[in-house]
Design a protein around this ligand. Structure first.
Ligand code: C5P
Length: 213
């Protein structure tokens, strides 16, 4: 089982997907669970900052329906990313999502030989016994550039300064929260992707994993 953590737009999602493909493992993007909770609160007319509404939405996610919920394209918007980072500070929300993540890691769906989970607290809290842990990072400027390109490619008009500011705010909320803050596990391999492309990041991750397993 491979745990990948890191901040937004660090390249961890792409790396996790490609690694899972290469290894024949199932992949779970755990950020989409928090996004699903944020989206459910917003759709219900609530405020993602309301801990009771967020907890109720997290407890309402059922393992059988969760894969369909996670495929909703509405999860990908930046408004939902911000909502996700607000619901993610609530301890009862995190607790409610733990079982699904741990079950995915220990019984990967589709008969896969293993699992790759990516998020913020996989190596520290969700799967502290993972066979290999990676902490993927990049400078905040490099991550803002990537997010800017991604948004522009989708035809969304944005300015760099606003994207950088959003990225800094989300980093602060994720790293400074009391429960399961974003931080590398003591035994994680630190992979800085500021000047690496996706192939180079994959090669570095594969060499590390081969050395561990
Ligand atoms: O990875 P992604 O950007 O989709 O995550 C959205 C938000 O969900 C993050 O900013 C973070 O607050 C939260 N999250 C978390 N723990 C995880 C995955 C995501 O707190 N394991």
């Amino acid at each position: 089982m491979v745990a990948i953590d890191g901040p937004a737009a660090s390249g961890k999602g792409t790396l996790a997907r490609r690694l899972a493909d290469r290894l024949g493992f199932a992949h779970l993007d755990t950020g989409s669970l928090y996004r699903a909770v944020g989206l459910a609160v917003i759709r219900g007319g609530g405020d993602p900052g309301d801990a009771a509404a967020a907890t109720a939405a997290a407890r309402a996610l059922h393992p059988e329906t969760t894969p369909r919920v996670l495929a909703d394209p509405a999860l990908r918007g930046d408004e939902i990313a911000a909502a996700a980072s607000k619901v993610a500070v609530v301890p009862a929300v995190r607790e409610a999502l733990l079982a699904f993540q741990r079950d995915f890691a220990s019984n990967p769906p589709g008969g896969a030989r293993g699992a790759v989970l990516d998020g913020r607290d996989i190596g520290t809290i969700v799967c502290p016994g993972a066979d290999a842990k990676l902490f993927v990072t990049a400078s905040v400027e490099a991550r803002a550039e990537r997010r800017l390109k991604e948004l522009r490619d989708r035809g969304i008009t944005v300015i760099y300064a606003a994207v950088l500011e959003d990225m800094r705010e989300r980093d602060a909320r994720d790293s400074q929260r009391a429960v399961a803050p974003l931080k590398p596990a003591a035994d994680a391999f630190l992979l800085d992707t500021s000047s690496l492309n996706a192939d180079q990041a994959l090669d570095a991750a594969i060499s590390f994993i081969s050395s561990k397993t």
